[in-house]
Design a protein around this ligand. Sequence first.
Ligand code: HEC
Ligand code: HEC
Length: 371
Amino acid sequence: MMKSRLILLAVAVAGIGTYVAMAQEEAKPAGEVGGAKPFNNYGPHFTEDGEVLRPEGWRRWVYVGTPLTPDELNGGEANFREFHNTYIDPPSFDVFLQTGEFPNGTQLVKEMVLVGDTEASSGNGYFMGDFYGLELAVKDTERFKDEPGGWAYFSFGHTDFEHYAKTAKAFPSESCNSCHESSADTDFVFTQYYPVLRAAMPKHKAEAGTAAKAERAKMDAEALKAAMGAVGGKSEGVKHDEYSDKLFAWLKTGAYKKYKGESKVHESAAASSHGDVRIFVNDKLHASMQAGNSEHPVGSVAVKELYKDGSFIGWATAVKAKQGEKGHGWHWYENLNTENNDSPVVAGLGESKCAGCHSAGKDYIRVKKIE
Ligand code: HEC
Ligand code: HEC
């Protein structure tokens, strides 16, 4: 492949000097523009065993925006503390401009850039340092027909750009896809953070999106109101925060201990934080789990007591509020404080911190069985 390109170049350019210069540029792993290929060859391209090739020349694509999640705003330790420069391949951008939709073959590249200086002659701020990592989202509803929305997610490494990998394997859906599905505004893409895409979206599409969002908020409020019934609270005028306050008050009463529950505290299978746990599920959820249903009914409730070093430290809960909405159909709540509800870890429908990992379960419930 590379050879034939070099031969073509040799034919195309008259002077041998130019040929040598181009050949040297080829030798760079990722080139000044993120690859040296001419920009009529956007891909995506795949290896025989289905890995995606790192795109070429993405810094010449259409730039859409730069989210930044600095350490200072993330408890001193952000997952990706760099700028996230994001680009879309130009042919797909053109389709988006016409239709407000992402066609098959769409590629969005996110290139991390380290925060460099924090002072310049223009003032104090965040100024870009060096490239540091590359991720890719590809939409193809045929190739990735088992992935929600046909989107697959890849990383070429969180490292300096000389060391980006040449190919990458798709992540499992629960690592990436589920969070994009539940939190991104437009077809798994975070257009809410990309002004260039928002400006490019046809007006009628943008309006339809806003209306759908408002409608969804209204439905969420109603669903939460109804779900309150399941945890024995009052159902009037319940909003998210208020809901979590009532949920907390209800948890404090210990009423859930009458549910079917695990006989003892045990180590959590979730590799992450929780330490030891004990799970309770209400009759509705228990019956549905027994029946092996692929979706649990509205009003299903799961409570997980959390323990650390033998002490009880808080609760995590999942309450099914809406049918047919995957992770967004569940209200997720976690509080590592048994005294008050001042700062729950999460509280809300479709919380991506929870729904992503839980998507590996049957309708988001991870525990297999409660006797
Ligand atoms: C907890 C939620 C969450 C998870 C999990 C997640 N992302 Fe994202 N992703 C985001 C958000 C929010 C943005 C936009 C803002 C930003 O970049 O900080 C984004 C943006 C992106 C983009 C730019 C295009 C777009 O869709 O907006 C790519 C590419 C991407 N993520 C790849 C990945 C990969 C690869 C993984 C899995 C290893 C992953 N993401 C997991 C939340 C998530
Ligand atoms: C890394 C994966 C992971 C994440 C993230 C996660 N959980 Fe879980 N969760 C599990 C596993 C695994 C179980 C099964 C019980 C166990 O071993 O802990 C579980 C069990 C539960 C249960 C009992 C019902 C069930 O699904 O089995 C609740 C309720 C729960 N988690 C709530 C939450 C909430 C709320 C969050 C977000 C703050 C969350 N979880 C984040 C993995 C995860």
